[in-house]
Design a protein around this ligand. Structure first.
Ligand code: AHR
Length: 718
């Protein structure tokens, strides 16, 4: 994988440092100092400040095979043969008999296509294709696709297969008089015997077990034609991902393939839809918004690689795909409309990030006339999202199947523009903001340079941005140390969108210690959600597969929220913490006073020790409390990060009565390094119990390494 650009290199260095700190951190769990019982006193009568209704959302981009090989249900890898310019990646030759003579070749991916291989384009998106040449057929011969680390096979399941195919003979191609004569002797003629049945199957990688099979009848034509066939597995098939997709013949000839597609049933059975288990996990989180399309994926390594939303629209066969930002090409099967529909399916709102003229390799476009086309492009994009059908792009959206405008409140201008060392963001941000807010005064533009983190680079011209995006990738000690940072923020400054954050411990998905870091951090955001109006963890997804031959990983970024392979998926402990925080949330912030919170000393890095720094003390108990002022439900979240159980005295002041029975949900385990994996997906999941004996003043023991939510009913009528 090539990560040549400056931004990525800087990120890798930061991560290395983080890793070093982390390894030191996890090897020194210094025992906390316990003396008096911690006390948390909630003043429920003073629960006046609103919890932001958009507090918890999701962030997404094409990283770690989040879409291709992830949420996007397409099972065929490299379906239009553009993933590599030299090899038909993901494809191989299948022949049942050693005496069959055949080969496969990627055609048309390079600029210079040999004369005999011209005339193979289907449209502007599909210029490359796969050629199967069968010189001698002794039984079955064909092409196989390995999928994204396997094709998932499930019982009683119907898969929709489709592909373009044509069959021809092989003979000397016609040449223009001015073309040079080939220097090699012509290959022997192969007669065209291609018309007839073509078999399509999902089968084991060794070809011995066929899980589902169908046939199409290839017509005699030298032109492309698309064929479709359904493949259904039987009820007694055992689920497996060790399978491949094969299209085969038993006749000589030259066969060409393009746009080979295989869809299993998708979420809500939508065409070109989403993988069911992954979508369900997201829906279960009840997110309020979806930030897309990035992240780095928005920017692209080069200016020409920025998210090309216009070519991600319309029929999928028209989408050329584009260079992603994480070392592999994006099919764009999941394009702008699919992002919006995905958001809608989750009952969330889009938070649209528009490309703002800075790309990862470090190039930027200065504010002024050169930037104008990009600003216009963003205006078009917004029109596609919210324009009514009388507008050009609104009408296009309607033609694409969604006449209703989507909801949109926030537009983010770029991503992490503090990486842009040219200091051009001030001008770029203002050019975008002025144009967007002039046309759409109801929208709020988010700046990606928060003054708190990058004071020297912040937007200074024009009005102060109303919302700024802060990003935090930290280890658990840093999270615990900084969990109360928003308690001290200036309330007269911009609102905060924590657009990317995570406690980065555990790989590929996070472990319990990371979840404890996350939970502590979230208590801080929640207590301050008058200021922190939105937040979203990142990255959301990771394909945890590895190449069986080379061991190469499917992912680029460690410590992710939801892991999966071709067949199964699981939530990390952090996932369950996210779910818990989003489910058990009131609409009012309950203020509290706390005392006697035990501290523990954070380990010093070698460098800090050498510099004679003293270890910082960080709390071991974190809390937040919100309540629903309509139902009277109080949600108290307590995080115990220490290796010991801790008793906490809780006072519920400012209410008349408390129901004696409460719902308690706990995420915990014995070791902070405990985690969920693809083979042990539910080692750490929330446990829900009911507890009696709730009073206005009570003490409760919180287990070691635990996140606990107490849902307590308050009111007068018990
Ligand atoms: O979340 C992974 C990456 O981290 C994002 O693409 C980028 O915005 C951030 O640096």
């Amino acid at each position: 994988m090539k990560f040549s650009n400056t931004k990525l290199i800087m990120k890798q260095k930061t991560l290395k440092k983080l890793g070093l700190l982390l390894s030191i951190a996890t090897s020194f769990f210094i025992s906390p100092v316990f003396s008096q019982t911690p006390v948390i006193s909630l003043d429920i009568a003073k629960a006046n400040k609103n919890v932001s209704p958009m507090l918890y959302g999701l962030m997404t981009e094409e990283i770690n095979h989040s879409y291709d090989g992830g949420l996007y249900a397409e099972l065929i890898r490299n379906r239009i043969f553009k993933d590599s310019k030299t090899e038909p990646e993901g494809w191989s030759l299948v022949k049942d008999s050693p005496s069959t003579e055949a080969d496969i070749k990627l055609i048309g991916a390079e600029e210079n296509v040999p004369n005999d291989e011209r005339r193979n384009g289907i449209n502007g998106a599909m210029q490359a294709c796969l050629r199967l040449t069968v010189e001698k057929a002794d039984g079955r011969v064909g092409v196989a696709n390995e999928g994204y680390w396997g094709i998932p096979v499930r019982p009683s399941t119907t898969y929709k297969a489709s592909f373009y195919i044509k069959g021809t003979d092989r003979r000397e191609p016609p040449r223009w008089p001015w073309e040079p004569k080939p220097t090699t002797p012509p290959l022997p003629v192969i007669e065209n015997n291609t018309p007839g049945p073509i078999t399509v199957s999902i089968e084991s990688n060794d070809g011995k077990t066929v899980y589902a099979k169908g046939t199409i009848n290839l017509e005699k034509s030298i032109y492309w034609k698309q064929y479709e066939v359904n493949l259904t597995t039987s009820a007694d098939v055992k689920p497996t991902k060790d399978a491949r997709f094969v299209i085969s013949t038993n006749r000589v000839g030259v066969y060409y393939f393009n746009f080979v597609s295989l869809f299993p049933p998708s979420y809500d059975n939508q065409p070109n839809g989403f993988r069911v288990d992954l979508m369900q996990k997201l829906v279960n989180m009840k997110p309020k918004f979806l930030r897309f399309p990035g992240g780095n994926f928005l920017e692209g390594p080069k200016i020409t690689d920025a998210f090309p939303w216009k070519t991600t629209l319309g029929p999928i066969a028209n989408r050329p795909g584009h260079n992603g930002s994480w070392g592999y090409r994006a099919s764009d099967g999941l394009g702008l409309l699919e992002f919006l529909e995905w958001t809608e399916d989750m009952g969330a709102e889009p938070l649209l990030a528009v490309y703002a003229g800075y790309s990862l390799d470090g190039d930027h476009i200065d504010a002024g006339p050169l930037l104008k086309p990009y600003v216009d492009d963003a205006l078009d994009e917004i029109e596609y999202v919210i324009g009514d059908t009388s507008t050009y792009w609104g009408a296009k959206r309607a033609a694409d199947g969604h006449p209703e405008p989507f909801k949109l409140k926030y537009v983010e201008i770029g991503n992490e523009d503090w990486f842009d060392r040219s200091n051009s963001y001030d001008g770029r941000f203002n050019q975008f903001r002025n144009a967007i807010e002039a046309k759409y005064p109801q929208l709020t533009c988010i700046s990606t340079i928060p003054a708190t983190q990058y004071p020297a680079m912040k937007v200074t011209s024009g009005e102060e941005p109303k919302v700024v995006d802060e990003h935090y990738y930290r280890n658990s000690w840093d999270m615990w140390e900084n969990a109360s940072q928003y308690d001290k923020y200036d309330r007269n400054g911009p609102k905060i969108f924590v657009g990317e954050w995570a406690t980065r411990e555990g790989a590929p998905t996070t472990n319990l210690n990371a979840a404890l870091g996350d939970a502590a951090w979230m208590t801080g955001m929640e207590r301050n959600s008058d200021l922190v109006i939105m937040s979203c963890y990142a990255p959301l997804f990771v394909n945890v597969s590895k190449d069986s031959a080379t061991g190469k990983r499917a992912w680029q970024w460690d410590s992710d929220l939801i892991g999966y392979d071709a067949l199964n998926s699981y939530g990390s402990p952090s996932y369950y913490v996210q779910k818990l925080f989003s489910h058990y949330l009131g609409n009012k912030i309950v203020p509290a006073t706390v005392s006697n919170i035990p501290l523990q000393k954070a380990p010093l890095s070698e460098k800090d020790s050498a510099e004679g720094k003293t270890a910082k003390s960080v709390p071991t108990i974190f809390y937040s409390a919100t309540m629903n002022d309509t139902t009277g439900a109080l949600y108290l979240k307590i995080v115990n990060t220490s290796p010991k159980k801790q008793t906490v005295k809780i006072n519920l002041d400012g209410i008349s009565k408390v129901a004696p029975e409460a719902t308690i949900v706990t995420v915990k385990s014995n070791k902070p390094t405990d985690t969920n994996t693809i083979t042990d997906p539910e080692k750490i999941v929330p446990e829900t119990t009911t507890e009696k004996g709730m009073r206005k003043n009570f003490s409760r023991i919180f287990p070691p390494y635990s996140v606990t939510v107490l849902q307590i009913q308050t009111g007068n009528s018990f």
